[in-house]
Design a protein around this ligand. Sequence first.
Ligand code: ATP
Ligand code: MG
Length: 194
Amino acid sequence: MNIVIFGAPGSGKGTQSERLIKRYGLHHISTGELLRDHISRGTHLGKVADSYISKGLLIPDELMVEVLADIFKEHPETAAKGVIFDGFPRTIAQAEALSKMLSEYGTDVHAVVGLEVDEDELVRRMLERGKDSGRSDDNIDTIRKRLDVYHRQTAPLKEYYLSQGRYHAIDGNGDLDRISDDIARELDQHKDKK
Ligand code: ATP
Ligand code: MG
């Protein structure tokens, strides 16, 4: 089973992914964490990524798809085992590239979990996280920019996956355990239907 965890910045993708990995034994691919790791190591990719991230912009599709393709090439077993994609895809072009890459391994995106959170709650969470995350993008100006970019470039993916019957909306406000339980219920129902 390959799952995409989808949602606005601050919607809790990372937090809920950690819980899903434990429950379903999936491999976790977080593009945000991967890029932050490159930034902290000062690699070439990290320097390029930082120039976009600190402005609240997305890394260009072509580069992002290349990064993903490299992960699959280096770890072909991950695609076979089942992956939870956290932070990817963020554009329609990335979604199309992902399906194409997965099809080369005889698989596809099976379910998209959409964490839906009120905008003022998103801002509150990111400002709270910014107090000790050390992230260059968790400040109010960059948060506003990220939300704007999300609405323009990423949110259209909801319609895209809805039209494919793969989108599962989850109320991402409120208690962490309740949200995990809701996700598990949706995914278990999805598995049973297959
Ligand atoms: P959450 O709080 O829900 O985990 P987040 O806002 O912290 O979400 P990350 O996934 O950690 O978001 O990504 C941080 C930044 O890394 C993004 O704002 C973007 O600049 C860059 N990035 C991550 N994934 C992608 C991608 N697929 N395409 C382009 N840029 C990306
Ligand atoms: Mg994250």
